[in-house]
Design a protein around this ligand. Structure first.
Ligand code: F6P
Length: 323
């Protein structure tokens, strides 16, 4: 292993830059030459590769987004796209690749490994929907951003004794909604896969205000939406039936931006170095993650065939604490 490359792919996540910086500086310290790929797999196919030195990654620890930029590439899903990507990497004499991204990006990494190119994946997605790691890069920052919004909304909700539906990201996974609901003191959390009952919502809103609650905050996962309606539309109709005023806030892409928290900077740094270690040891087709606070290396096959689970303890705490 003499030359390695690094790319970020899919939805960006705060802490990706810390990870890039770590791959570059840890790789250089180990005697490797390090290259960056612009715009993820799309840039790889288009030969957008350039050398990275220590100065190129100065001052990026605190920056959100990704200095390498990202993309969701359709072409890379094809056999021809994947073969072209490997051809480009071999053309640069690159011996190994670090892929920083979410589920789709790790699936791409597995395809490259299956075609014989050494690759190591690093989980980065605010959704925390990747199995075999307790946390992915970006989750902690996104949660803190959501909490700030929930706290602010609570102020105005309490002033006017209103109900609020706050819709959070997470694709089909409910991690952000569950954790933000608990940490933000929401009166109700709605997760993907849960049946929302109109009468139950009406009862809970009425009884909360009767018990003296000044507000009724519902944190809803975007993935709880149905084919006909977004979850916030549906819930706001149900709340209206209770006779109480309701407002809706869809937090959207605000959740993906911003300076990474200390946790995400450290996580990105640790996982970046661990990915380089894997390549140096000749490992490929694996993902580096965190289990019980320690670095854990798992085959991508295993990671991608497992369903990410929500903590049973958090699920158990969510309802009683809302009352
Ligand atoms: O996977 C990260 C994520 O932010 C999801 O939470 C969200 O559903 C999706 O990406 C949004 O994707 P895009 O930025 O392409 O609209």
């Amino acid at each position: 292993m003499r030359r390695i490359a690094v790319l970020t792919s899919g939805g960006d996540a705060p802490g990706m830059n810390a990870c890039i910086r770590s791959v570059v500086r840890y790789g250089l310290a180990a005697g490797l030459q390090v290259y960056g790929v612009r715009q993820g797999y799309r840039g790889l196919i288009d030969n957008q590769i350039f050398p990275l030195d220590s100065r190129a990654v100065s001052g990026i620890l605190r920056a959100g987004g990704t200095i390498l930029m990202s993309a969701r590439s359709q072409e890379f899903h094809t056999e021809a796209g994947q073969c072209r990507a490997i051809e480009v990497l071999r053309g640069w004499d690159i011996d190994g690749l670090v892929v920083i991204g979410g589920d789709g990006s790790l699936r791409g990494a597995l395809e490259l490994h299956r075609k014989g190119f050494p690759v190591v994946g690093v989980p980065a997605s605010i959704d925390n929907d990747i199995a075999c790691t307790e946390m992915s890069i970006g989750v902690d920052t996104a949660l803190n951003t959501i909490l700030e919004a929930v706290d602010r909304i609570k102020d105005t909700a309490a002033a006017l004794q209103r109900a609020f539906v706050i819709e959070v990201m997470g694709r089909s996974h409910g991690y952000l909604a569950l954790m933000a609901g608990i940490a933000g003191g929401a009166e109700m959390v709605v997760l993907p896969g849960t049946q929302v009952d109109r009468d139950k919502v009406v009862d809970e809103v009425r009884s909360a205000f009767l018990r003296g609650k000044p507000h009724f905050i519902i944190v809803a996962a975007e993935g709880a939406s149905s084919a006909e309606k977004s979850i916030s539309q549906l819930l706001s109709e149900y709340v209206q039936a209770s006779g109480h005023e309701v407002r809706t806030t869809v937090l959207g892409h605000v959740q993906r931006g911003g300076s990474p928290t200390c946790y995400d900077r450290l996580l990105g740094t640790r996982l970046g170095a661990a990915a380089v270690d894997c390549l140096l040891k000749g490992k490929s087709g694996v993902m580096v993650g965190i289990q019980s606070g320690e670095i854990a290396v798992t085959d991508l096959e295993t990671v991608l065939s497992a369903a990410p689970e929500l903590s049973k303890e958090a699920l158990r705490l969510s309802e009683p604490l809302a009352h």
